[in-house]
Each structure stands twice: as C-alpha cells, then as structure tokens.
Design a protein around this ligand. Structure first.
Ligand code: GLU
Length: 266
C-alpha cells in the first residue's frame, strides 16, 4: 500500500530514541538518520516528528523522572530540545542531509492564518531539500493548549502537508489483539480496515516514565490520519531499516488503511 508514497511523516517516540535510563540511544538515532536521509535522497520527501525533549532534558538536569509540574516540564523540554537538535544536526549531517526545526503548538495548526504560514514553511523546506524535524513547542505550551502527545501531533502534521503515509515508530511491533506483555495468546493485527470499538479495546492504556502515549494515542492518531485519507503504520522502531521494507510494499507492523481520498488542512 505504501509503495508509491512520495511524501511521508515518520514519528519516533521517547522509547525509540532513548534507553530505559532516559539517555539518548545514539546508535538507534544514527540508523534512523541514515534511513531518513537515504529516503530523502531517493526522492521521498520526509518529515520527522521527534519526541524525547522532556525525557532527555530531565536526564540532563539530573531528575529521576519527568517533572510533574508544567513549568518543570517546560524547562526540561527547553534543555532537551537543544540536545536533540544538536544530535540530529550532527547525525543527519553525516549523511549530507540538512535538517530544520519546527516547534509547533496546537494553536499554530488550529488558527487559519498561522496554519497557512506553517504550511508555507513546510513546503519551502521540502523545496530546499531540507528534512523538517518537528516537535510540540513544549517550553511555551501549557496544559490547556497542548496536544500532549506526539502521536496526535504527527497525524496533524501528516494532514497539514498532505502526506501519503504516516509511520509511527514504537517499542512494540504493532497493534496486538491483547497486550503481549500480559497475554501470551496475543497476536499481531497486520491490517486494520476500520477503527472500531474492538480495535480501541485492543489498544488499552499504557505509559512509560519518560514518554507519554502508549497504544491508545497511536490509535487516535491513526484514526485522524486515515479519515484524512492517509495510510498509517504502527511498527517497531528498533530496526529503522524496516521502513525500506514497508515502502517496498512489504508487510511490517500494523497498517491502518486510509478511508476515502486525501484531505488536507486548508
Ligand atoms: N513533546 C514531548 C517531548 O518531546 C513528547 C510527547 C510524547 O511523548 O508524545 O518530550
């Protein structure tokens, strides 16, 4: 289904980008930078949604977990975002790719004029051959105005730039019939035609100490994307090279099939 994708959004969560200690998984980030740079070189326009700012900033500030208060998270994100972009600039640079940072708040997408400005910025970056790296602007956004999780943010970005596909990298192989950590009979669901009650129930809740989200936010992101005509895949981010297989038309993770023609955000 994703064989002809010419514009994609790839989202990586904190658990894909960091170790359990919260420190950066540099080897994983390097492999991801290599794959995304190569895709861009092959003519697939790629936008990358990164998480990890709050987690990585928290570690750098010596915290044992994410701060519970908003100003604490804002400060951690401010520190962590610098760290992330420093590393991405270096890693993507090794593959001769140019990256640009876009920090977005919900109002940038909801407000008509700001949304158009944002779209212009994305289009120009693509025209210049730049790989946009996106995160929520956690340092200025407060509770009432945040998406809060980058799964949903990535679906909004995919819609905004009329992407052909959204690829959500996770620490699990895809959507299972039940939580595979708790149920040995759980099996991977390769294709979801329709996100119904049964699928929502299979997602269940989950979270980690440095990231947010879990499968339920991935399902709500997939729902938004597929309803906008964008095929969405949730797959394991442990092997970023699997993205090649996916874009060669292979079966990887769980594919949520798009419904109807592509609709942008204008
Ligand atoms: N924007 C958050 C960060 O960079 C991540 C949100 C999420 O984990 O989905 O820390």
């Amino acid at each position: 289904m994703l064989k002809d994708a010419k514009r994609i959004v790839v989202k990586a969560g904190t658990s894909t980008l960091t170790y359990g200690t919260g420190k950066m998984n540099v080897r994983r980030m390097r492999r991801l930078a290599e794959v995304l740079s190569d895709l861009q070189n092959s003519g697939v326009q790629t936008a990358f949604v990164t998480s990890g700012a709050i987690g990585i900033g928290s570690v750098k500030l010596g915290f044992e977990e994410r701060p519970c208060d908003t100003p604490g998270r804002q400060a951690a994100a401010s520190v962590g975002q610098c760290e992330l972009m420093f590393m991405y600039d270096k890693l993507f640079g090794e593959y001769d790719s140019v990256v640009g940072q876009l920090l977005i708040t919900r109002s940038d997408i909801e407000n008509g004029e700001r949304r158009r400005n944002l779209i212009n910025s994305f289009e120009k970056l693509f025209e210049y051959g730049v790989i946009p790296i996106i995160n929520e602007n956690d340092s200025v956004a407060v509770e009432e105005i945040v998406y809060g999780d980058n799964d949903n943010l990535s679906a909004h970005v995919a819609k905004l730039i009329k992407a052909d596909a959204l690829i959500i990298l996770s620490d699990i192989d895809g959507l299972f019939t039940a939580n595979p950590a708790e149920d040995e009979n759980a099996v991977l669901i390769p294709v979801v035609e329709c996100i119904d009650e049964e699928i929502l129930a299979a997602a269940g809740p989950s979270c980690s100490s440095f990231g947010t989200g879990g499968m339920s936010t991935k399902i709500s992101a997939a729902k938004l994307a597929v309803e906008s005509g964008i095929d969405t895949v949730v797959m394991n981010g442990a092997n970023p090279e699997d993205i090649y297989k996916l874009l060669d038309g292979g079966q990887v993770g769980t594919l949520f099939k798009s419904r109807g023609p592509k609709k942008g955000s204008f």
